[in-house]
Design a protein around this ligand. Structure first.
Ligand SMILES: [Zn+2]
Length: 157
């Protein structure tokens, strides 16, 4: 569990590339408690912000995703790559992160990043403990960031 005390600490978790898109959350949100991860929508909902606890460094890492409009995606159901739940195109779809100023990388996940809630709900229904499943969700987020966005190398210098 992480505690982010102020805007400065929050912004440090994000890549410089993402900071030019940054909309700071309300002052009243601090201290920001990050249990597994935390996600919130930008005003207007065009982007979603994600802060998770990196499984290796135990430091906060932040990503910003664009949310393409879900309409026109048809009635096909998709599976979230992070929590493995299923849903219609309004619930699960493509989110896009910038790998560089010119290249975006997409991942099909819960559009509201409500993976933890879905994992908990599924666990409650099955009478299972969900700590392990939630840990795996964060691991998959970190893997996406490290492999698809090269966050490892970006932070190495
Ligand atoms: Zn999910």
């Amino acid at each position: 569990m992480l505690l982010i005390r102020n805007a400065h600490e929050l912004m440090e978790a994000f890549r410089p590339l993402d900071l030019r898109l940054f909309e700071l959350p309300d002052e009243a949100t601090y201290p920001l408690l990050v249990r597994d991860y935390r996600a919130w929508l930008e005003t207007g909902g065009a982007r979603i912000y994600l802060v998770y606890e990196d499984p290796d460094t135990h430091k906060p890492r932040g990503l910003i995703f664009r949310r393409p409009n879900a309409r026109g995606a048809g009635g096909v159901s998709h599976m979230c790559n992070w929590c493995h739940s299923y849903g219609g195109p309004d619930e699960i779809g493509l989110l896009l992160a910038e790998e560089s100023a010119r290249r975006r990388v997409g991942v099909v996940v819960c559009r509201d990043l409500g993976c933890r809630e879905r994992v908990e709900e599924a666990g409650d229904l099955a009478g299972r403990d969900t700590a392990e499943a939630k840990r795996r969700v964060v691991e998959r987020m970190a893997r996406f960031a490290n492999e698809a966005l090269g966050l490892d190398t970006a932070h190495a210098g």
